[in-house]
Design a protein around this ligand. Structure first.
Ligand SMILES: C[S@@+](CC[C@H](N)C(=O)[O-])C[C@H]1O[C@@H](n2cnc3c(N)ncnc32)[C@H](O)[C@@H]1O
Length: 365
């Protein structure tokens, strides 16, 4: 990373010593000033809740931490995700805007057209593997529960810290009134006796997607007897080499390696180390038979490899009529239809930006 020009520090210092403190992490003056404004707002909110740390000291503390390169989300403790406020803590990956974009896009597909009264009377089930902060299940809950009153969402993660934080995020967003109050969850106080009607439910469980018992438990849940409706996952997908060479320093120094790089114990013959979670997730899709699958990937090259893994599996490829690659912003419409050839199949590519996810659906959309 190039060194910053000393004159930039003087200019920043002239405006505020805090801006100069933020420069090593923010790299430009406008970005340091924007973050300083957010940090000031955060300190004001803390004070309004009765913090006993004097505001000047708190502002200094937070700018000092951020200036050392700690991600802003860990310094402030939250990250917006749709309408939600997701709590972030070291040890659990910070949710990314690209994840927010495809989650919202899939929710829009599920709402357009809205479910018929018959459809909405039956359970609609979603499983999110590698759930982290729980951002994906909570976003679905926020967008879908008005139209899918029988929504059943399960988030699974191997990390107990992540599962604890996801449960905390559920309670946090309920307390902010960002989620409908009538949600049922085993992580919330038991409902009033009069309040036991059918309603949206969410749970976060600890589990390893490579363990057969984790998947068997989900198979036996088989919500409503009809099988799972959606399997979604943002798994670890970066190679060890890519982690060392291509990730930002703040990611390498502060975000959990286990959330980003598949561990070497999960080797699968003929599959690149960074793709092993996809091979396993497709196996899991074979067992749970979800109507839709959405898998986050790092790039168009990785998306193509995921489609190749799908094509290698005759049974599975037969099941999914729709196979698409979505770019970072899948909502952006391009002129004409872009396709990419994988084997002898023309796969539709939607949106703008980098290849970001692979979408499979048993119907035509
Ligand atoms: C890339 S993060 C995704 C977090 C969150 N879904 C998001 O989009 O922000 C990957 C997550 O996978 C979890 N994980 C890693 N190995 C796993 C495994 N074998 N089974 C289940 N979860 C795993 C990590 O703990 C981490 O929370």
């Amino acid at each position: 990373m190039p060194r910053l020009n000393p004159s930039l520090f003087w200019r920043a210092h002239h405006i505020s010593p805090h801006a100069a403190r933020l420069l090593p992490a923010c790299r430009t003056l406008p970005s340091a000033l924007t973050e300083l404004r957010w940090i000031r707002e955060h300190v004001e909110v803390e004070q309004s809740y009765g913090s006993n740390i004097p505001p000047k000291i708190r502002l200094w503390q937070l700018c000092e931490r951020r200036g050392k390169g700690i991600p802003l989300q860990y310094v402030l403790g939250t990250q917006p995700f749709g309408d939600l406020e997701i709590k972030c803590r070291p040890g659990v990956l910070i949710p990314r805007p690209e994840t927010e974009a495809y989650t919202q896009h899939l929710a829009q597909i599920l709402l357009n057209p809205p479910p018929t009264p018959n459809d909405s009377a039956r359970p609609f089930s979603i499983v999110d593997f590698c759930t982290g902060t729980g951002c994906i299940p909570l976003q679905f809950l926020s967008q879908l529960s008005p139209d899918y009153p029988n929504l059943r969402i399960t988030g699974v993660d191997i990390s107990p810290h992540a599962v604890r934080l996801a449960r905390e995020n559920l309670r946090h967003n309920l307390s902010l009134l960002m989620l409908p109050p009538e949600i049922y969850s085993p992580h919330l106080p038991p409902p009033e006796a009069s309040d036991r009607d059918v309603r949206a439910s969410v749970q976060f469980t600890q589990g390893d997607i490579f363990s057969d018992s984790t998947i068997q438990n989900l198979q036996t849940q088989n919500p409503g007897g009809g099988g799972w409706d959606v399997l979604i996952s943002n798994p670890p997908y970066i190679s060890r080499d890519g982690f060392a060479k291509d990730t930002a320093r703040s990611v390498r120094n502060y975000e959990p390696l286990s959330a980003l790089v598949p561990p070497s114990q999960y080797k699968i013959d003929g599959v690149l180390d960074e793709d092993v979670f996809y091979a396993r997730l497709l196996e899991v899709a074979e067992q749970l038979n979800p109507k839709r699958v959405l898998l986050e990937v790092a790039s168009m090259e990785q998306a193509i490899r995921v489609v190749e893994l799908l094509i290698r599996n005759d049974g599975l490829v037969e099941r999914y009529k729709t196979v698409e690659v979505w770019r970072d912003d899948p909502r952006q419409h391009q002129n004409g239809q872009e396709t990419v050839k994988v084997g002898n199949r023309a796969v539709v590519v939607r949106g703008s930006g980098q290849g970001r996810s692979v979408y499979l659906c048993q119907h035509d959309n």
